[in-house]
Design a protein around this ligand. Sequence first.
Ligand SMILES: NC(=O)c1ccc[n+]([C@@H]2O[C@H](COP(=O)([O-])OP(=O)(O)OC[C@H]3O[C@@H](n4cnc5c(N)ncnc54)[C@H](OP(=O)(O)O)[C@@H]3O)[C@@H](O)[C@H]2O)c1
Length: 336
Amino acid sequence: MANDIQFRRPRIGPYISRFRNHWAWNAKSLLTPRQALHDRVHGKVVLLTGASSGIGEGVAEKLADAGATLLLVARNAEKLEAIASKIKKRGGKACIYPGDLTDLEECDRICQQALADHGRVDILINNAGRSIRRSIKFTVNRFHDYERTMQLNYFAALRLAVNLLPGMEARDEGHIINVSTVGVQANPARFSAYLGSKWALEGWTWVAANEYAHTNLRFSSINYPLVRTPMIAPTKIYDYLPVMSPETAVNWLLDVVITQNKRKLGIFGKGALAMYYLLPKTSESIVNLSYQSLFETPPADYVSRKDRFAGDDGIADRDNDRKVAPFRARENKHRA
Ligand SMILES: NC(=O)c1ccc[n+]([C@@H]2O[C@H](COP(=O)([O-])OP(=O)(O)OC[C@H]3O[C@@H](n4cnc5c(N)ncnc54)[C@H](OP(=O)(O)O)[C@@H]3O)[C@@H](O)[C@H]2O)c1
């Protein structure tokens, strides 16, 4: 029957107050950021993942100083405990919820415990993240690279969100902030696993924002450039690049908490986005040039695969060949 299509009268009013509030909070964040943060979070309950290190650690302290109750989530209970006691010594409120978010039942347990302890969560900050830097060709027999990044960066974030959304809907108030990367705009080489998961997270964020636009629930994404935290420490070349300080990164996140803007993106991200749409081939060539110029050590299991499938010369990787060969020659000389 054709009568299964039904229409409802949409609510337009919330768009107007939202538009007014948007400008007011943005002005407040610019002119009196400390006061604005206090006004926004005082008395609120904030569940923050990835709170034991880097950006999360700094954000936890600032939000607690502004009067929020912090629910700190990460695997390392000792580190969380140290941060919570630092917050409490300064007169703030913080509780720890240690757990491995790659286990989705652990996500459920953390949310249930948080709701039982505090009755509600007003702001969810999905900040815990895992990055993997590896060329696609080196991941062909490492499918788990894709699974590991999706599990933490996408599924865990979603699992927390779907646990907390019903309460937010019932109160018609809530803010979910998903931490992403400028890689989503710039598409740098070697980050296919990481960026796939962050693209997925952003996709969910924008659909949620559209579906809840007539309510007081807000959804935001932050596209960080490289930030000097333990996450980038293993990649030595980043030691020589000018990257964002953790303090600036914390301020970016606080700005999103205050303004509830949908996206936080710096000038580099905006440039990369413009380039991607206006000059797609040039953008591709620039990224590819940097990709080709940097040598990458293949993972150990890639070598075994290469031996299995390569011809008599033992070389299956033409790109790496011209760089690997001289190293091999040198090694052999030393052995001799
Ligand atoms: N640093 C950058 O250059 C950069 C750039 C763009 C975007 N970002 C994003 O910014 C966010 C914060 O990163 P960061 O730079 O502050 O990195 P970080 O210092 O390495 O912190 C990562 C946090 O995630 C937690 N975590 C990792 N695996 C977890 C798991 N399985 N379960 C629960 N918690 C887990 C870690 O705590 P435990 O180890 O105690 O579990 C830690 O608190 C991430 O989403 C990242 O993708 C970072």
